[in-house]
Design a protein around this ligand. Structure first.
Ligand code: HSE
Length: 306
């Protein structure tokens, strides 16, 4: 039996739509056991949902699809396997649960096959399934990653996350699928909005490289996805206001939402409590996490096993 962990992720962080993502110290744990037959058996234990056990259909489950795509890439028949994922990240809330399933399936295949493919190919397989790199890349290499495509491939620049910072995540108790949240976006954006986001994204990167987090209030503004998505999360503006009122450096939608993330280094519990109030006022249950950034590199771990 082999074991490994994949971190939760938060993507976009305001202006970095499909570009910026970070790994957080909340983990989905995977146990992997090779089977003598050719069956692929996947079991998921959902810790955020009363340890509910999901027996997944290998035909349409992302862990299994990723596992099989890795074997296809190395031109081998997929070996039989049993994979158990113990999931700490809530499903479909904007914390990278699908990225984690994809990276989990690919990592399981690398372990079972004993063949580690190049990092750029690993990322390419992951992005082919997730469609955007901003969750899968930090899930694989940790830290805050600036992701960019180079022709057919994807590359990234990793910034290690300061452990002085906390990330307060408020997770309302309703699911919003990324697919629906991409469908609400306009097909085109205009020059002023593009310029607005370019300036914020550059500022965001500078803030994290130089640990100048006071820049984040401006740097986490966005005009290309949040204004459209917040129509599905009515409490969004009030939750962001609460975070700032209690001293957060920055706040934004986590991924496509509905989770909202705040960056802070003080009043963390109070910020979490206050950010939940607008949901509570509408009788919407929510939960919160206070997390640190995760700089752990799973791909380096796989290299070390070779
Ligand atoms: N960049 C993606 C989006 C992240 O905003 O749709 C989804 O988790």
């Amino acid at each position: 039996m082999d074991e490994f962990k994949v971190p939760a992720t938060s993507a976009n962080l305001g202006p970095g739509y499909d570009t910026i993502g970070m790994a957080l110290n909340l983990f989905n744990k995977f146990q992997v056991k090779k089977r003598k037959d050719n069956l692929i058996k996947i079991k998921v234990i959902d810790k955020s949902n009363n340890n509910q056990i999901l027996e997944l259909n290998p035909k349409n489950d992302l862990i299994s699809i990723a596992y099989q795509s890795y074997f296809k890439f190395i031109k081998q028949k997929a070996a039989g396997v049993e994979i158990i994922e113990t999931m700490e990240t809530p499903l479909a809330r904007g914390l990278g649960s699908s990225a984690s399933a994809i990276i989990g399936g690919l990592t399981a295949a690398a372990i079972v096959s004993g063949k580690l493919i190049a990092e750029k190919d690993f990322i390419k397989l992951a992005v082919a399934l997730e469609k955007h790199p901003d969750n899968v890349v930090p899930a694989l290499v940790g830290g805050l990653t600036i992701n960019y495509n180079c022709n057919e491939d994807y590359s990234y620049y990793k910034i290690n996350l300061s452990q002085n910072l906390s990330f307060v995540l408020v997770v309302p108790d309703f699911e919003l699928k990324t697919k629906e949240l991409r469908a609400v976006l306009p097909k085109k954006i205009n020059y002023p909005d593009a310029i607005f986001n370019l300036s914020r994204t550059a500022l965001f990167t500078a803030a994290f490289i130089n640990n100048e987090f006071h820049l984040l209030k401006k740097a986490m503004e966005d005009k290309i996805h949040q204004p459209y998505r917040k129509r599905l999360i009515e409490e969004f503006d009030q939750v962001i206001d609460k975070a700032y009122a209690w001293g957060a450096y920055g706040a934004a939608l986590s991924g496509a939402g509905p989770t909202i993330i705040a960056v802070a280094d003080k009043n963390n519990e109070k910020i979490a409590e206050e950010m939940q109030k607008p949901f509570k006022a509408k009788n919407i249950k929510s939960s919160s996490f206070i997390l640190k950034g995760c700089n752990y590199n799973l791909y380096e771990y796989l290299k070390g096993r070779q």
